[in-house]
Design a binder for this molecule. Structure first.
Ligand code: ATP
Ligand code: MG
Length: 414
């Protein structure tokens, strides 16, 4: 039998859930807009190469989580697992180098083959901000401030903490990498198989390992902060000073990393304890050599992405839908007038429902059910006089109003 259900790890976003999502994405866009970001949309799928180049062949996403398939012409296609790669590709292929600084906001679905659980889906949604072409710490301060403002506006400030770290510049990381390799080489027999591969190809990624044995070793590993050169220290100092100036609280988290070579300087996460083991709600950092790695002109960048489902789950106050007014025709003769009145009021900006069928009682029941603020009765008597009867659904009080100026008598129900 054909199974009528969604694919594991995906779900329908029904109207009440949609309102939560919209609250998150629209609040986010509103703040991004205030900071001068404009929305862009990139395709939901890209050539697989785009993600392999940006995320790196050893990343969890590329090795385990991508939805990759050959399309009918034999091209390898991947459903996007994140935004940054597509944005970087768009920047290069669209020749946007003359638009710097480029400040963009994105929203939309992402696809990762993961073990589904609360707050972890195979199709989920992200909001994302990226700023390209600003090498100064001000850009990092700005994107963190946007994230903080959004969380605040959603009423989530108390539920999240900001953790921040620096990966330093290329030289600092090369220095650190050497120390890490030396350290982990002594524990090759204790490292997980995955981390043995990481040790050869990208030792920083070991710090990100979720393996228990690896984590114990990581706890004793040398700290990146001890390998930072002056330039890197100054950069990070400027970012934290900016956050201090804005009174944005943060915790320094020396083990927070992004294990790819083009990530540098600032890495941060807004974390929560309210979603079980799915702690990260917003994650971001600086990626100064990404665009160059992908074949574009050297262009610094920094940005973050947030999980819409995770944020939506945390939000308490979801706006209720606007209460409609309900037009109730009485008798067949009123049908056309009811249709016209409904149409006119909608064009004036009212949210209007028309009682579609049934007797007056049934239509009134429906008005109650949809939480209408007022019902507008149109019967034979009313039509003869050129009026409508307005019934306040709260008090039950009824008044007559001329049809010609109906909207003026309804302003309090708008
Ligand atoms: P995690 O450690 O939870 O797997 P991540 O490091 O893979 O997160 P990022 O790639 O940084 O996550 O994505 C940014 C944000 O997107 C995360 O902080 C999270 O809020 C959200 N997110 C990531 N993966 C999922 C998923 N499978 N389902 C729902 N939200 C997700
Ligand atoms: Mg993940």
């Amino acid at each position: 039998m054909f199974k009528l259900q969604t694919v594991r790890g995906t779900h329908d976003i029904l109207p009440h859930e949609s309102r939560r999502h919209r609250l998150v994405t629209e609040t986010a866009f509103e703040f991004a807009r205030r900071y001068g970001y404009d929305e862009i949309s990139t395709p939901i799928f890209e050539m697989t190469e785009v993600f392999i180049r940006t995320l790196g062949e050893t990343s969890d996403i590329v090795t385990k989580e991508m939805y990759t398939f050959d399309d009918r012409s034999g091209d390898s296609i991947t459903l996007r697992p994140e935004f940054t790669a597509g944005v970087a590709r768009a920047f290069i292929s669209g020749g946007l180098a003359h638009c710097l600084p480029l400040k963009v906001f994105c929203r939309g679905p992402m696809f990762r083959y993961e073990r589904p659980q609360k707050g972890r889906l195979r199709q989920f949604h992200q909001i994302d901000v990226e700023i390209l072409g600003v090498a100064e710490p001000l850009a990092d301060i700005e994107i963190i401030a946007i994230g903080s403002d959004i969380l605040d506006a959603l009423g989530l400030s108390e539920k999240v903490t900001l953790e921040i770290n620096t990966l330093g510049d290329g030289k600092s990381r090369a220095n650190y990498r050497a120390k890490l390799v030396e350290y982990f080489n002594d524990y090759r027999d204790k490292l997980s198989d995955d981390s043995l591969v990481r040790l050869e190809r990208n030792p920083l990624r070991i710090l990100d390992s979720k393996d228990k044995g690896d984590r114990d070793l990581v706890a004793e590993a040398p700290l990146l902060s001890d390998s930072l050169n002056m330039r890197s220290q100054e950069f990070f100092g400027a970012v934290t000073a900016g956050l201090d100036a804005l009174s944005i609280d943060y915790t320094l988290s020396p083990r927070l990393v992004r294990g790819l070579d083009y990530y540098c300087h600032v890495a941060f996460e807004f974390l929560t304890e309210t979603l079980g083991s799915q702690g990260a709600v917003i994650a971001g950092g600086r990626y100064d050599s990404l665009i160059e790695t992908m074949g574009g002109p050297p262009t610094p960048g920094t940005g973050w992405a947030a999980g819409v489902e995770r944020l939506a789950m945390m939000v308490n106050d979801v706006p209720v839908p606007v209460r409609p007014v309900c037009v109730v025709p009485i008798g067949d003769a009123a049908g056309d007038e009811a249709l016209r009145v409904t149409h006119r009021l909608r064009r004036c900006g009212f949210t209007v429902e028309l009682g579609y069928s049934g007797n007056v009682k049934k239509r009134l029941n429906r008005a109650n059910k949809i939480n209408a603020s007022a019902a507008i009765f149109l019967g034979e008597d009313e039509l003869a006089k050129g009026v409508a009867t307005i019934r306040d659904m709260g008090s039950g009080e009824q008044t007559e109003a001329p049809l010609a100026s109906l909207e003026e008598h309804l302003t309090r129900y708008r």
